[in-house]
Write a protein that binds this ligand. Structure first.
Ligand SMILES: [Zn+2]
Ligand SMILES: [Zn+2]
Length: 129
């Protein structure tokens, strides 16, 4: 079981099963939504993801059909989800445990913050890959 939570602790979740590969997304929506240089994410099957808290998450549709879910109290983004998919896109910054997943690439580098330099060995793609 992999555990995660928000900043204030009101939202807790557990993941059973395996995460998808780790993607670092530099798109403007992720930068704004996390107020950070980029967002590191991985897909998790709906059936493997369990919210442990009763308080419902806040939701924001950041582009048509894509909803982002946040802690109502502290604002931590927990996951995003596209309609008609059977997986969530977990925001890895909210994890408390090691996800045991593999880093894959950087995407939407065309929208990367000018003040951040990628100094790694992973492939970089201008848009979604
Ligand atoms: Zn919170
Ligand atoms: Zn993004």
């Amino acid at each position: 079981m992999i555990n995660g939570s928000c900043l204030c602790g009101k939202v807790k979740y557990q993941i059973s099963g395996k995460l998808g590969d780790i993607v670092h997304c530099h798109c403007q929506s992720c930068r704004k939504a996390h107020a950070a240089a980029f967002s590191s994410v991985a897909s998790v099957s709906d059936s493997d993801f369990q919210l442990m808290s009763e308080t419902p998450l806040s939701e924001f549709e950041s582009s048509p059909g894509k909803h982002r879910y946040f802690c109502r109290n502290c604002g931590t983004q927990i996951y995003a989800k596209r309609v008609a998919t059977e997986h969530i896109i977990l925001r890895l910054g909210s994890l408390d445990d090691d996800p045991d997943a593999t880093e894959k690439n950087h995407i939407w580098v065309s929208q990367k913050a000018s003040w951040y330099s990628i100094n790694g060995e992973l492939p970089e793609y201008p848009e979604f890959e």
